[in-house]
Design a protein. Sequence first.
Length: 145
Amino acid sequence: MCSTFSFTGISNKNWTSKDIGQLGLPTGAIINCADNSGARNLYILAVKGSGSRLNRLPAASLGDMVMATVKKGKPELRKKVMPAIVVRQAKAWRRKDGVYLYFEDNAGVIANPKGEMKGSAVTGPVGKECADLWPRIASNSGVVV
């Protein structure tokens, strides 16, 4: 007997960057800060919009908004919880055209809840999946891969 899988009712789901399939940054990960806001490292505390499963750590991927704190950087940025957006991940993911892609580091930028960056420029490349979701980041980045 052949089993089939149906996707009924999925049209109502709000698609996020989790659809790239590879969640490479669990909570507790320390990533580089890729903007010129004065922060150096970001510590991921929580992932916005992540589902839940017993004993599974919420994890982020390219383009996800996370709640983060600054571990190294300007003193006025440290010891505060602020939104950040993941722009690069070292874990490989598959695009629809079949190519596998990964960056050499994990990085994010500090933003406000609307997705507007705190800094004015992004250092290094930004993933296309992130640039499609967050146009303000795409306009401030030099290279979109």
